[in-house]
Design a binder for this molecule. Structure first.
Ligand SMILES: [Zn+2]
Length: 356
């Protein structure tokens, strides 16, 4: 059957209309629902998630930035360790600087994951139950307060993310050289590759590979950022800052890294998005453990090179008697190390990256 010419013209008009309309449909952004609250596009919203166990209670402060345009969901956690300040201060800075009107997609930003540890100035551990939040994932909804913190972060933030970043620094006794890291497993090549691209976009000069064997993926994740990877979410860890110091240089480095990442993910344009040098990629590391308890002496600091067989420190008892000489078994660069005198048997004295 032949169509009259005006039918063709009408069809063409409809087609033009549809073509013109599709991009705006694709850009249309629905509200984001978080904890039963609807967040309109182009706005941000603050939440205090209550966390209550039989003995204790606390809150998780979370900011949701819901972009005016559609895009991925990026989850970010700071303060999983409450004495690691540059990430916490970086989150505060991101809070000021991210404009949801300029954003494509959604950012779920946990300002301080472990408020009890932060307010009590407690390195590593939540003082309410003595647990390390970054050894407690995926958590449980009826455990102690730290188990419940992990459970809520897993279910309200990590599980809703398309990409995930957990931000850390050297804790109170930890001297640390800044780096980031991505999770990689032969079982998850696409997720691993996306994580790699995230890490390399962030402008850190050292990036580490966290290699996860396939069988490990079936066990509890333990670590916050690893929980994301177990859920097939590309996941990056930042380590930037040292010795519990709220350093401005480290804080700014994290903020810049996050903006570079937002640019990489197509969520925001970052004008200074020039990563000029490719980072050194560290695929292998080793730890030097302590065999003694006492006082640790060293001339080394994070970022220093060590040579195989080199004396890198020693440990005495409380009367000055030398208990142990600490030697490097292989050559490499110190990523982090105990930077203060107290030392316990089985402590990790140093973590050393083997340079390519
Ligand atoms: Zn940490």
């Amino acid at each position: 059957m032949k169509c009259p010419i005006f039918v063709y013209m009408l069809k063409a008009k409809i087609l033009l209309f549809v073509i013109a309309f599709i991009p705006s449909l694709a850009q249309a952004q629905n509200p984001f629902v978080f904890l039963n609250k609807s967040i309109p596009p182009g706005t941000k919203s603050n939440f205090e998630i209550p966390v209550i166990s039989e003995k204790d209670s606390t809150i998780i402060p979370v900011t949701i930035f819901h972009g005016s345009k559609s895009g991925p969901v990026l989850g970010i956690t700071a303060g999983v360790h409450g004495y690691e300040y540059p990430p916490i201060l970086a989150a505060q800075q991101l809070n000021q600087e991210i404009d949801p009107k300029q954003l494509s997609g959604t950012i779920l930003l946990v300002q301080v994951a472990n408020v009890p540890a932060f307010l009590n100035r407690s390195p590593y551990l939540n003082p309410l139950d003595g647990k390390n939040l970054n050894r407690s994932f995926p958590g449980s909804k009826d455990g102690t307060i730290t188990d419940r913190l992990a459970y809520l972060i897993t279910n309200e933030v990590i599980s809703k993310s398309d990409f995930f970043v957990d931000m850390h620094a050297g804790d109170a006794p930890e001297d640390l050289r800044p780096y980031n890291a991505w999770y990689q497993s032969t079982a998850l090549p696409e997720v691993s590759e996306k994580g790699r691209a995230m890490a390399l976009s962030m402008g850190f000069d050292y990036s580490i590979i966290f290699n996860i064997p396939e069988e490990r993926l079936e066990k509890p994740s333990v670590y916050c950022s690893q929980e994301a990877f177990h859920r097939r979410i590309p996941s990056v860890d930042i380590e930037c800052g040292r010795l519990g110091v709220p350093g401005k240089v480290e804080t700014d480095r994290i903020v810049e890294g996050m903006f570079l990442l937002l640019d990489h993910l197509g969520m925001m344009d970052y004008p200074d998005n020039k990563v000029e040098t490719a980072p050194v990629i560290v695929a292998k590391r080793f730890s030097i453990k302590s065999n003694s308890t006492g006082i640790f002496y060293t001339d080394k600091k994070a970022g220093d090179r060590v040579e195989a067989g080199e004396l890198v420190g020693y440990i005495t008892d409380f009367f000055g008697n030398r208990l142990e000489e600490v030697k490097a078994p292989q050559s490499g660069m110190i990523l982090y190390m105990i930077g203060t005198p107290p030392i316990n048997k089985n402590d990790t004295i140093m973590n050393v990256g083997i340079l390519p």
